[in-house]
Design a protein around this ligand. Structure first.
Ligand code: HGY
Ligand code: MN
Ligand code: MN
Length: 409
């Protein structure tokens, strides 16, 4: 039976990390990758890794690593320390700090594992610039030609953000790993959904992670006087976008897998004043699905629908793909290590899919990769009141420790 982790130490680390980028009360935490708050959090994390006796380094894609042990393929664990705007204290942070707690517990117990253990904090998981950026580069899936083009939804360029943080953006593809040096990857994360809590099951064993397609869908009509132009003469870009949004949602719900989801996170209109018929409307559109064939079908269906709406309304439409991640199945070997660790602690568990995207899906391209979930209170996440019970956090971290020791031998 592995030694127990220190919940008080993990609590103090979670509270300390949550201070970087914390807004006014009720505003949650905003710690976008490459921002000053994120870079201060990175320095704080590196100091804590050193306290835990780890060898630390940062790669060209801004991923932060801490390793214990030498030689041979390593077992990796971790998550991300960047957050969504006005996010909570656990999404990503739990996976990084629980992994740190496990490695520190192993260090203090003087346990020698057959394989080295490496902790990773992946850059820009949330995709303020490009989703899963750091793990994408590590897995050799970052297209260098895209780097100069990537910008945040509000127009901040990736190359400027990385340069401000002291990184050379064009060096990022050098973060590509050698898959032969990896043995497995396991990430602890909050479920960010309602199922584990509703079923009163403390541990989720992730069997698959959804793929995501994100794009700008831009309709162009013509500006006109909002008062004098007869309604039937208008080529209103906003109404095209509105019809597209409602129809695309219908399409994803009725022609998807039944678990397919879609979201419109941002709408921009131009010229954007009361008395001009909108000439341009841009929607930030994403869809998610576990089955790659269904996801491809939805993507094609929505694009055809956008063209149909444009034709009917005398508009032009342009679909600009922003980012894509592929659905993955998790590795049986990693799932079994989690199940054995949970069983050893007499904890109930269930296999389940992840409706959220995670770095583990990029790691699946280069090693056996898996995840474990703990319940989210009320299923709440990506909002300031994202919480999990401390008991749930302690159980999840102890299961992570048991699974890592199994994988590392
Ligand atoms: O969007 C997601 O699924 C993840 O939280 N980045
Ligand atoms: Mn996350
Ligand atoms: Mn997230």
């Amino acid at each position: 039976m592995p030694p127990p982790i220190s919940l008080p130490r993990l609590q103090s680390h979670l509270e300390a990390l949550s201070a970087f980028g914390r807004g006014a009360p009720g505003q949650g935490i905003t710690r976008s990758c490459w921002s000053p708050a994120h870079e201060e959090a990175r320095s704080w994390l590196i100091a804590r890794m050193k306290d835990a006796g780890l060898t630390t380094w940062i790669d060209e894609a801004g991923n932060t690593f801490g390793r214990r042990g030498e030689g041979g393929p390593t077992v990796m664990t971790g998550s991300h320390i960047d957050t969504v705007p006005q996010g909570g204290p656990l999404d990503g942070a739990l996976g990084v700090l629980a992994a740190l707690e496990c490695l520190q517990t192993i260090h203090e117990a003087g346990i020698r594992t057959r394989r080295p253990l490496t902790l990773a904090a992946w850059s820009d998981e949330e995709g303020r610039y490009l989703g899963l950026f750091g793990s994408r580069a590590f897995a050799g899936r970052l297209d260098p030609r895209k780097i100069p083009l990537v910008q945040s939804a509000d127009g901040d360029r990736l190359v400027d953000a990385m340069t401000r943080a002291g990184f050379d953006p064009m060096e990022a593809p050098k973060a590509r790993c050698d898959p032969r040096r990896l043995h497995a990857y396991l990430e602890l994360h909050i479920e960010q959904g309602p199922h584990l809590e509703a079923q009163r099951i403390p541990i989720g064993v992730v069997e698959g992670i959804v793929g995501i397609r994100r794009s700008w869908v831009a309709f162009t009509g013509q500006p006109d006087h909002a008062g004098t132009t007869p309604m039937e003469r208008r080529r209103d870009a906003f109404l095209g976008a509105a019809e597209y949004a409602l129809g695309a949602r219908e399409l994803v719900v009725t022609r998807g897998s039944g678990k397919s989801v879609t979201n419109f996170g941002r709408v921009e209109l131009a010229p954007g004043v009361a008395n001009i018929v909108p000439a341009r409307a841009r929607l930030l559109h994403e869809m998610r699905e576990l089955d790659p064939t269904v996801l491809a079908r939805l993507e094609r269906g929505c694009a055809a629908f956008a063209r149909q709406v444009a034709r009917r309304r005398g508009l032009r439409v342009k679909i600009e793909p922003l980012s894509r991640s592929e659905p993955v199945r998790c590795a049986p070997r990693v799932m079994e290590a989690v199940e054995q660790a949970a069983a050893e602690l007499r904890l109930k568990y269930r296999r389940m899919p992840s409706g959220a995207g995670h770095d583990a899906q990029m790691l699946a391209a280069v090693t056996d990769s898996g995840m474990l979930f703990i319940p989210s209170r009320g299923g709440r996440s990506h909002r300031p009141d994202e919480r999990s019970d401390w008991r749930a956090i302690e159980r999840g971290t102890n299961v992570l420790l048991g699974a890592l020791l199994r994988l590392a031998g």
